[in-house]
Design a protein around this ligand. Sequence first.
Ligand code: ADP
Ligand code: GN1
Ligand code: MG
Length: 364
Amino acid sequence: MDHNLKKIFELFVSEGTFHKAEPFGSGHIHETFLVKTAEPDKDDYILQKINNTVFRNIPELQENVERVTIHLQKKISAIPGSDIKRECLQMMPARNGKSWSVDGQGNYWRIFVFISNHRSYDIVDSPAKAFEGGKAIGRFQALLADLPGKPLHETIPSFHDVEKRIDSFLSTLKNDPYGRVRETVKENDFILRRADDMKIIQKLGREGKIPVRITHNDTKFNNILFDENDRSLCIIDLDTVMLGYFHSDFGDAIRTGANIAAEDEKELQKIKMDISLFGAYAEGYLSETRNTLNTVEKEYLAFAPLLMTYEQALRFLTDYLDGDKYYRIHFEKHNLQRTRAQIRLLESMEEQYKEMKEIIKKVV
Ligand code: ADP
Ligand code: GN1
Ligand code: MG
């Protein structure tokens, strides 16, 4: 559907005035536009139509993002030499006094200051960037450890609860709502064979051996913005910041940042986890978190990328079997192609798991 983006943008407080808007970025969840302002010396903005099928409670979602961004702004602005405009995500208020606005069709919108001259990577091509990314995620977790006030809302219930995701996969297999199950027999078996092994982090959590902490929960590498010198600048996409395990953040960044091919690569032989990118990311991450992580958390770091790649394959596959309701797809069977690519990536990690564990042992 076409939206009147000028009218929607004008529901918000901004310095500059609307010049033009164009679709922006490669996120799978929201509809994102870059709004260019008419005045060259004023900020541009990101205008987002919030996905309210994925995020069911917008006031709670927005309250979380407000609290997290304000906390990060306070802490980062206290660091000498920091560039608050580019190192912190900044939401601008709507004219209704809230941080979101609803259009005539009942769509929810919000705006952020556009972080200028940033670079973002769907595929990472050097250990230096992987190191920077790891450092940025570690630092992000440290900055949020002392978020004051009540616990954050759970914006997507049981988001990284792989046990529940396996259960809902099993019920989708049984109900087969779109008659697609017979097409995915190989993929279903791959997922089911590994199901028990993938429950270990949750088990250790229940036993009190791994603590629940404030985590980002969506550390896809393109959610880390870099500056023009490829130094990490800002972590974005804060909708899923809530309680979780550090493993989710470590693992998901490797899943996306150490794969030498695209997340949905069709030619499976091109997909591989690059062990030097893994090592560089781990070094960057541990340079910030070494003194915080406990022994059990460290012991399971090498496993985290396998878990998150498994979870992602499971999520894409379940969405395919459920009729593609969650992820935005760009062509028929896109979610099946994504599933196959993630399965291949997991196989590549399994082939290198021994080395991954050795690297972690060295850098912890
Ligand atoms: P999604 O959940 O759909 O991935 P994101 O919040 O990650 O949505 O936004 C989608 C894309 O928009 C990002 O990957 C990034 O390229 C861009 N983006 C989002 N916020 C900003 C910002 N404040 N400044 C610059 N680019 C941004
Ligand atoms: C989504 O929002 P985006 O595109 O950064 C998803 C992640 C998945 C990722 C797979 C809220 O991330 O959990 O890992 O797609 N975000 C949500 O590409 O579900
Ligand atoms: Mg994103």
